[in-house]
Ligand binder design. Structure first.
Ligand code: SF4
Ligand code: SF3
Length: 555
């Protein structure tokens, strides 16, 4: 048997659909994986202490409160698949966590509060200053340290859901939208995953509650994005290139792209979106910039080829990073910010609430314009407000039978060949059906030219993965329009592709909203034990995919 030097099974591409135990399929090294485990453990230790501090006491100490909120959400975000590969950065985060932990302890002393749940827990006391100590420490605290398979499974489902929640929370907070109740839930749930007195039933309850806060965090991010940039509107996005040098911006953070657009205006440098940044084009306050010229390339996993031909610098605001091939031409041109990191790549840090992109802009000026890899346009911007504006048209189309069924195909894309299923499935759907999408899953079919039904495109893209929230609102609106009692009576089928942990929070949120019969693919998560999967099947009739022909019939 191979020696286990790490253990991670949090994403869909995990080795053998069991677990990465030597090196990550994503390229994550064992040291990085182990440090990430320790970072999560540190965050859980802080949560055990901080869950005792009331909302009122938090409000009385705003500065410290935001520092800790930011720390906790960012620590979780750092460990999301394909966000951060930089051991140095992760080590620093752990050390920072140990200091934050002391601050929380002092706060508890000052307020004369005794931690209620776990009076003393190793996560609240351990110290590891050097890399060696950290490596040693991380050996006993990872996923496999929970022996019972079902408890382990639920603890991990919750932890992954919280990672997704934390990522969305951070984006909202970056735009000035916060909701302390969400962070308080994150702490309660994190602390619960180290609490051995919490059994299976309680953990199932907590998993479903995570979904409730998943809805809340997506609603918060939706208010942040629409509050700052207006409601997404139907927009045609150019997928070709212009003549100026360009900067390619990837990830999900709209607060970064707006600052980049402001700073590049009038410099002769164009801005292109990549992967999950595509929906930036749909927002009035972002699309108004003439030098936001298009979207370059496809979903995250094609970046090794597409970055080579982009020619200009690339900025990662969040996941998904793919480690570059040795000798790639773009290596000296990539910048990371927020929770992302890669050894040797340059960082852009925030100072006084602002980011300075001048180094990226100067570099862009010395680069050639992007090489054209495709031409044409794609259309998107069908978030809730825009779809509500078309509601009458949509309802009429359903009543007249012009639209027979909707397929929610939101989620993530990935590199596995088995995902060709989604392209084929979309291409073979009957012409009187409409796909509702969000997230990078859309790249599997958004360039197929599937046509329209009386002016309504057959692929309606609501935006990023978090905009799955829009799809849920649309479903609720349709339920109201058709005066149904149950969201599951609608002519909507759910065929969702997952990859990383944001998809976990989206899934839990849909379950919380009462959506049943979700088909989750291309594989069932390795972190669901047989019994936990059965609970999901019994209560929500969750299934997976089979062949395109069979699923076209059954869905
Ligand atoms: Fe493996 Fe996915 Fe974990 Fe990477 S994130 S180590 S691919 S399970
Ligand atoms: Fe994609 Fe990484 Fe999940 Fe936001 S960019 S959906 S995989």
């Amino acid at each position: 048997m191979e020696k286990i030097s790490m253990f991670c099974f949090q994403c869909q591409e995990t080795a053998g659909n069991k677990g990465c135990s030597v090196v990550g399929v994503c390229g994550k090294k064992a040291t990085t994986s182990n440090l990430q485990d320790l970072l999560i453990y540190t965050a859980k230790g802080i949560a055990i202490l901080r869950e005792n501090i009331s909302l009122e006491n938090r409000k009385n100490n705003r500065e410290l409160n935001s520092e800790i909120d930011y720390y906790l959400t960012n620590a979780l975000f750092v460990t999301i698949t394909n966000a951060n590969f930089d051991d140095n950065m992760i080590q620093k985060e752990i050390l920072k966590g140990l200091k934050i932990r002391e601050k929380v302890k002092n706060q508890l002393i000052q307020l004369e509060i005794e931690p209620k749940r776990l009076k003393s827990h190793d996560a609240t006391t351990f110290v590891a200053e050097t890399l060696e100590e950290m490596n040693k420490k991380s050996l006993n605290i990872g996923v496999l340290s929970t022996e019972n398979e079902d408890i382990r499974s639920l603890r991990e489902v919750i932890t992954y859901g919280l990672k997704g929640m934390a990522a969305y929370y951070e984006h909202a907070a970056n735009l000035g939208y916060e909701k302390e109740e969400i962070v308080m839930f994150i702490e309660k749930a994190l602390a619960s995953t180290l609490d051995d007195s919490i059994g299976l039933n309680e953990l199932v309850g907590l998993t479903l509650e995570t979904g409730k806060y998943g809805v809340d965090v997506m609603a918060l991010l939706d208010s942040a994005n629409t509050g700052k940039f207006g409601n997404p509107e139907i927009t045609e996005v150019n997928i070709g290139v212009g003549k100026n040098p360009g900067i390619l911006i990837s990830g999900h953070d709209l607060n970064d792209i707006v600052q980049l657009l402001e700073q590049t205006e009038g410099t002769g440098v164009d801005v292109y979106t990549h992967s999950e940044m595509l929906p930036a084009h749909y927002y009035p306050e972002l699309k108004k910039y003439k030098h936001l010229v298009g979207n370059y390339g496809n979903a995250w996993w094609k970046q090794k080829e597409e970055f080579e031909t982009f020619n200009g610098p690339i900025v990662f605001t969040t996941n998904c990073i793919v480690p570059p091939k040795a000798g790639s031409t773009y290596e000296g041109k990539v910048f990371t910010t927020n929770a992302t990191g890669f050894p040797g790549w340059k960082r852009i840090e925030e100072k006084d609430g602002k980011k300075d992109f001048s180094e990226v802009i100067e570099l862009a000026k010395s680069c050639k314009a992007p090489t054209e890899i495709e031409t044409g346009k794609i259309v998107g911007g069908f978030a809730h407000n825009q779809v509500f504006a078309l509601a009458d048209k949509v309802v009429d189309a359903v009543k007249s039978g012009a639209i027979r069924r909707f397929y929610v195909m939101a989620g993530c894309d990935g590199r596995m060949k088995s995902r060709d299923y989604y392209t084929e499935f979309a291409a073979n759907l009957p012409k009187d059906t409409v796909i509702l999408t969000a997230g990078c899953a859309k790249y599997k079919y958004n360039k197929l030219n599937l046509g329209d039904i009386g002016g309504i495109p057959r692929v309606l893209d609501a935006g990023q993965c978090n905009d799955s929230y829009s799809l849920a609102l649309i479903a609720l609106k349709l339920k109201e329009a058709f005066q149904l009692n149950d969201i599951n009576e609608l002519p909507i089928a759910y065929n969702i592709a997952w990859y990383e942990q944001k998809a976990v929070i989206v899934l839990l949120a849909l379950l919380h909203l009462g959506v049943k019969n979700i088909h989750l693919g291309p594989t069932i998560p390795a972190f669901l034990s047989g019994n936990v999967l059965n609970v999901l099947i019994e209560n929500f009739n969750i299934g997976t995919i089979s062949t395109v022909e069979e699923d076209l019939k059954s869905l």
